[in-house]
Every structure is written in structure tokens, then in C-alpha cells.
Write a protein that binds this ligand. Sequence first.
Ligand code: NAI
Ligand code: MG
Length: 329
Amino acid sequence: MYSICLLPGDGIGPEVVPSAQAVLNACGLKFKFINAEAGWACFEKTGKSVPAETLDKIIASDACLAGAFTSPKRKVEGFFSAIRYLRRELDLFANLRPAKSRPVKDSSPDIDMLMVRENTEGLYVAQERRYGDLAIADAVITRQASERITKVALEQASKRRKKLAIIHKANVLPVTSGFFLEVAQAEAAKHPEIQSYDLIVDAAAMMLVRSASQFDVMVTTNLFGDILSDLMAGLVGGLGIAPSANIGDKYAIFESVHGSAPDIAGKGIANPCATILSAVMMLEHLGEKETAQGIDNAVNKVLATGPSTPDLGGSATTQEFTHAIIKAL
Ligand code: NAI
Ligand code: MG
């Protein structure tokens, strides 16, 4: 029996998390689910986007499955982004974002790649200052964080096609991005069995669009990883089917790449696939590889035959899609 903390969050989160929960309940393993609150609605209600109680529940569970959390585009006094807080507080330093071809019309063929995004620093330390018409942001790169994220990427590459692209912008930012590149290359040099090479981020974006099948594992800093992983999701069917994992030495939170999708929230038409596939990553992390594969196969079967949600051109509701997956299981 696994104890799983569920963090539905905001927007479509409370629609897609119960869907993944229903699939987990049907997969043959036993779970104890613990519900917890975080995000914008929680902030409005309690004054905190992540209450201490939520942190305790995550720490006490075997893993956590999250929906999505809304962050306002303006600065709100006392508010901090729930997911960024959790990543830093629980030291979830590795953000794994796979993209592989799926049997949907918007997916390019022959893609099976993995973004390993540094999750704790870079520009996402969000140390910003404004002086009238001048605004400045700091980017933080440390040897420790660059080293450990590269180790994760090398380990992932060793289990896959043994190729690692180190993505950076060292030509323009030699002190920060150049430092990341230097540390990552030094780490990669210890693993001659992995074919590692470096790419400038803009060239990487172009190559991803033109020939994504050449990529295996990529490692990069926080912001570049965030942007490129959405691009990667777009190559294989969109945000509705893109999962991710936030992994640390002690804890892990699994969540879709997409956000709270306020434009479709409450309509019952969100694609739960990204969250279901995040649950698949969670099962792999817990060592339940066969069950994980079983759910992945069921997802592919339903994606191939339908029904499908509106983001993939169909007219199915979240519930109809979920029932089809449970039936395929
Ligand atoms: P978004 O990912 O929520 O939505 C982008 C577009 O994709 C929208 O048109 C939406 O309807 C569609 N979409 C997303 N997920 C879908 C799904 N499962 N099924 C069908 N269509 C889907 O990104 P957006 O609009 O930029 O951000 C909305 C809010 O989400 C913001 O407050 C943002 O801060 C937050 N956000 C949170 C994230 C997280 O919790 N990790 C990640 C990204 C954004
Ligand atoms: Mg993003």
C-alpha cells in the first residue's frame, strides 16, 4: 500500500487529479490517498499558498500527485508560487519532462526524448528589483546544483540511448551559463559511455522543431528547460498529454506540464492525460514498472481509438475519457 498525497490545486487541477486517482484505483495496486491544499484559491482562503499542514502531508506520504497552481501575473503582497515554493522547500532539484510520440494526429513520429531541467535556481530564484524605468533580475548558478542535475541526466541517459545534450547560452552569458556548461561538461567527461555534446539554446530550439528524433536526454538550467519542454510537448500532441516529475533525494511531486487552464476550467473538458501520465511516472518512481507500463498502454490505446477531449480534436468530457482508459486497463 502506498500513501499518495493529492494536491489538486486550481483551475482544471480539481478536474484532472480525481481522474488520475480513478485510474490509480483501477490499476490493481492499493493506495491510501491524502488530500491537501495549495495554490491561489488556498492563498485567498488561508493567506498562504502552501500551508504548513500541506507540507507535512507531502513529507509523510510516499509520493505526491499535483494538479496545477494559478499564479497571478501581477505582484501580490504575501503570495508566492505554490509549485516553486514546494520545489525549493522539498529540494526537488530535478524536473524530468519526457516527450514521446503518441498516437494522436498532432504528434510527430519517432520522438522519445527527456528534458532534465534544473529546478531550484537560475533566473527562477526570482530576485527582481525595479528602479523606475530600470528592472533587474538575478540568475543564480551554483556548482552543487549544476553537478547534481547533470548526474541525474547522465543516469537517465545510461538507461536510454546514451546521448546527452547540454543546453546553454554560454556565448552571451559566459559567467553564469558558461559556468553551468563547464560543470556539466566536467561531470559528463566522467562518463565516456554517454555521448555528450553541447548546444546553444536557440539552436537547440530550432533543431527540436526540425529533427526532434535525434534527441535523447537534454540537461539545462531552469528557464531554458521550462521553455523548451513546452515546445517539446507541442511536438507530441500538446500540453494536454505532457507529464512531469519533480524529484529530490527524499521527496517527489508528479504533475502535468500544463497550468490551471482558466479558459476551460469548470467545463469538464480538460484532458486528464497529462496528469494520468504523471501518475505513470510516479508508479515508475515507486518501482511499479509493470503497472506503470499497463496504464501507459491503456492511454495509448484510447488516444489511438478515441474518445478524445477537445484539445485533441474530439468532443469527449474529462469523465468519458477517464472511463475509456479504465475500460482499456
Ligand atoms: P496553461 O497550461 O494553463 O494553458 C495553456 C493553454 O493550454 C490553454 O489554452 C489551456 O486551455 C490549454 N490546456 C492546458 N492544459 C490543458 C488540458 N489538460 N486539457 C486541455 N487543454 C489544456 O498555461 P497558462 O494559460 O499560461 O497559465 C494559466 C495559469 O496556470 C497561470 O496562473 C500560470 O501561472 C499557471 N501555471 C501553473 C503551472 C504549474 O502549476 N506547474 C505551470 C504553468 C502555468
Ligand atoms: Mg512551464
